[in-house]
Design a binder for this molecule. Structure first.
Ligand code: AMP
Ligand code: ZN
Length: 471
């Protein structure tokens, strides 16, 4: 099956044409391991997982590389600010290496809980310092760099197409540029390839280089490692939309200046998760640097959600649409997930192993997947399947299982207890509670109420009896 994907470079949905089909080289920018990933970051990784599953579903063989930024790049997208890794180490009184290992482990636990398939290759920036130095050397030999007191910089004015991904208005940018903080930088858009530690400052992470002791610029690790593991022609490169204007723009500048031809065919970017306005949020951007942020641990351990409910919540919006996080939205996702899981368990009971997926449902689902990963439409096809009037339970199960290869909601591995409590069980518990209360056994009555609450069922008592709703 061929698939159409939105390419930020062309600003259009283009059919995927991998250079060496069925293999697809795929590079996704990974986490900076100085803190937990927030649920906004994780939205980007879920989008990339859907992409990868869709490629597998369509018969491609993705070779997926993800970096781990464990070197202290700087707080801002530019070259100023403090070192994130050093800030983490200071905050927790640990070494930068301990911080990196701890948060990388935490990241892997998060993606496992979200049923994200691990990359084929993980690559850590600190394991590739020599490769990065070599890249700077190549760029220097080709005349794309200049060296100032602060480090080695990329001269963006040497490229006529610098900023093509973001369609940057270079002239406008230069005219409106604020005073440069880095003395000696020639153009507003120039960026550091190698930063020097400086004679009298010892950094926590630094390495010798032909230009002096220092550390690589952030953009350098991705283009260097992507080319090392996937070669000079990359089929797909992904990240969040915030990467377009600076990080990916600079990756392109480095890679294409070094190899002398177009590097990545298709650039894909996931839109942001924002915070909905609520009692405890004034809405807007979700960020780590601002202090308070939501993590998987907060959703799962503090609020009791199934991590897959968050995955379901994310599938409800197309990856190129902004999505506002809200607790109401999470509750709705958790309850929808419970419903589809109950359908699965019922359907599974009637499955013999011989049934085929329902063709009409699969056609609709496939059309959604290959149309730039339209997951809201794919979910609609999933719900339609669950309600197909004359299909057998086994056919419904076979269909949902096939769809789950892309959705990744874990239908196959579901155990009976996973679906939560059924409507019949709720009715039965409410009857038991009424009996307990009639017998003045209030402790038992409260116990049942708590059990229902744990299963996200709220009960309302009134003179006419007890009603309930899933929350
Ligand atoms: P970082 O660790 O800051 O480099 O971010 C990891 C990934 O998350 C990158 O691909 C970012 O583009 C992405 N990202 C950052 N903030 C958000 C957000 N609020 N929503 C979705 N993705 C985000
Ligand atoms: Zn990157």
């Amino acid at each position: 099956m061929s698939i159409t994907l939105y390419n930020t470079m062309t600003r259009s949905k283009d059919p995927l044409e991998p250079l060496n089909a069925p293999r697809v080289s795929l590079y996704t920018c990974g986490p900076t391991v100085y803190n937990y990933a927030h649920i906004g970051n994780l939205r980007t990784y879920v989008f990339e997982d859907i992409l990868k599953r869709a490629l597998l579903y369509c018969g491609y063989e993705p070779n997926h590389v993800m970096n781990v930024t464990d070197v202290g790049h700087l707080v801002s997208d530019g070259d100023e600010g403090e070192d994130k890794m050093a800030l983490g180490a200071q905050r927790e009184d640990k070494t930068v290496w301990e911080i990196a290992q701890f948060y990388w482990d935490a990241f892997r636990k998060d993606i496992e809980r979200l049923n994200i398939i691990e990359p084929d290759v993980w690559c850590r920036a600190t394991d590739h310092i020599e490769d990065q130095i070599n890249q700077v050397r190549i760029l220097e030999e080709k005349g794309f760099t200049y060296t100032i007191d602060d480090g080695v910089y990329f001269d963006t004015s040497r490229l006529s197409d610098y900023g093509k991904l973001a369609r940057l208005d270079i002239a406008g940018l230069r005219a409106g540029a604020r005073i440069e903080v880095t003395e000696g930088k020639r153009n507003y858009t120039d960026f550091a390839l190698w930063k020097l530690s400086g004679a009298d400052s010892k950094r926590l992470m630094e390495w010798p280089s032909p230009w002096g002791v220092g550390f690589p610029g952030w953009h350098l690790e991705c283009s260097t490692m992507a080319m090392k593991y996937l070669g000079e022609h990359l089929d797909i490169h992904c990240g969040g939309i915030d990467h377009i204007a600076v990080h990916h723009t600079n990756e392109i500048a480095q890679a294409e200046s070094s190899i002398g031809h177009e590097w990545t065919k298709c650039w894909m970017h996931g839109e942001f998760l924002t915070m909905a306005k609520s009692d405890d949020s004034d809405g807007g951007k979700m960020s780590k640097s601002a202090g308070e942020f939501l993590t998987m641990d907060v959703l799962v351990d503090k609020h009791g959600y199934d991590p897959i409910a968050y995955r379901y919540f994310l599938l409800g919006a197309h990856y190129r649409q902004q999505l506002a996080f809200s607790w109401e939205g999470m509750d709705a996702a958790a309850s929808a997930l419970g419903r589809i899981k109950r359908t699965i368990l019922e359907a599974r009971a009637g499955y013999t192993g011989a049934e085929e997926p329902i063709a009409a449902c699969m056609d609709e689902f496939d059309a959604s997947v290959i149309d730039d990963l339209n997951m809201p439409r794919a979910l609609a096809a999933m719900w339609k399947t669950a309600k197909t009037p004359d299909a057998s339970a086994g056919e419904i199960y076979a269909t949902l299982l096939q769809m789950d290869r892309v959705l990744g909601l874990g239908f196959e591995d579901m155990a009976p207890g996973d679906a939560g409590i059924s409507d019949e069980e709720i009715d039965k518990l409410i009857d038991d509670r009424a009996e307990a209360r009639a017998a003045k056994d209030y402790a038992r009555g409260d116990e049942i109420r708590d059990r229902l609450a744990e299963n996200r069922v709220e009960i309302m008592d009134s003179p006419d009896g007890t009603t309930w709703r899933r929350i």
